[in-house]
Design a protein around this ligand. Structure first.
Ligand SMILES: N[C@@H](CCC(=O)N[C@@H](CS)C(=O)NCC(=O)O)C(=O)O
Length: 256
């Protein structure tokens, strides 16, 4: 069996998972909380970020793009899925999407750690009682450590909000011209942008889906009002549509 190692609510992990599902490749997911994921990764070779994949033959794929290359080799994907990145403009956009992911992740941590209830909700299915107790007890110390590690501070948060705004508006323009970023079939550029946009578009559906239960108090008011400003953008509607059409099992048609 192919194993996918994740932090289940990470949008990079969603990129890996979405790519594998889209390619029709079966896999078994093993997830852990941030920090605790280091124990899970200890037994694996190479780099220690998630998503990471180990195939049946024991070959290790340490990056989401490596997972996409694996999916091309062993699954069913549109012909140009990765090869479009050989074109300069597609590759530049791919790198910009990656920066976007780093900024949205910073904002997600900022919103989550400023609302203890959100963080504890997210922990529930992935941590045992002892780990949850530890997270609850050391929440402020953990928050400080994560904010230092992820470089979350007021100036960085402002910079991330600005980057997100600019990137969404750039993508809005591109997506107005065509249903996909490149060509007439979904490529890695579409799958990754939709995955990274989940932080903006569907944090609650997304988390409810992972938790397999409704958690109405999951999102704090500041998070809600930040993400609401994007509700009428092309990118927002496009992401909903990508999920509705390519990933119906994870899509819930209800707005926050
Ligand atoms: N370039 C990597 C980035 C993955 C990444 O940053 N993953 C984060 C989770 S969102 C991670 O593993 N963080 C934990 C760590 O850095 O130890 C990829 O595309 O797979």
């Amino acid at each position: 069996m192919t194993h996918l190692y994740t932090i289940p609510f990470s949008h990079y992990c969603e990129k890996g998972r979405f790519t594998l599902d889209f390619a029709g490749i079966p896999y078994q997911e093993q997830g852990a909380l941030p920090l605790f994921h280091q124990f899970m990764m200890r037994k694996l070779p190479g780099r220690k970020t998630v998503p990471a994949l180990m195939n049946q033959a024991g070959v290790f794929y340490p990056e989401s793009d490596d997972i996409a290359n694996f999916a091309i080799e062993y699954g069913q994907l549109p012909k140009q899925f990765m090869s479009i990145l050989e074109q300069d403009d597609a590759n530049i956009l791919h790198e910009a999407h990656d920066q976007f992911a780093i900024h949205t992740r910073k904002l997600a941590y900022y919103f989550l750690f400023n609302h203890k209830k959100s963080m504890m909700t997210l922990c529930t299915p992935f941590a045992n009682a002892a780990q949850r107790f530890m997270v609850g007890l050391s929440f402020n110390a953990l928050k400080k450590r994560m904010f230092t590690y992820m470089k979350v501070n007021d100036a960085a948060v402002k910079e991330s909000m600005d980057f997100v705004e600019q990137h969404i508006s750039r993508c809005d323009e591109l997506l107005t011209k065509s249903p996909y970023f490149y060509g007439d079939a979904p490529s890695i550029l579409d799958i990754e942008y939709a995955s990274f946009m989940t932080v903006v578009v569907m944090p609650m559906w997304w988390v409810n889906n992972i938790l397999q239960q409704e958690s109405p108090e999951f999102i704090s008011d500041p998070y809600k009002s930040w993400r609401r400003q994007y509700e009428n953008t092309k990118s927002y509607q496009w992401t909903e549509n990508i999920y509705r059409t390519l990933r119906p099992a994870t899509f819930k048609n209800e707005r926050l």
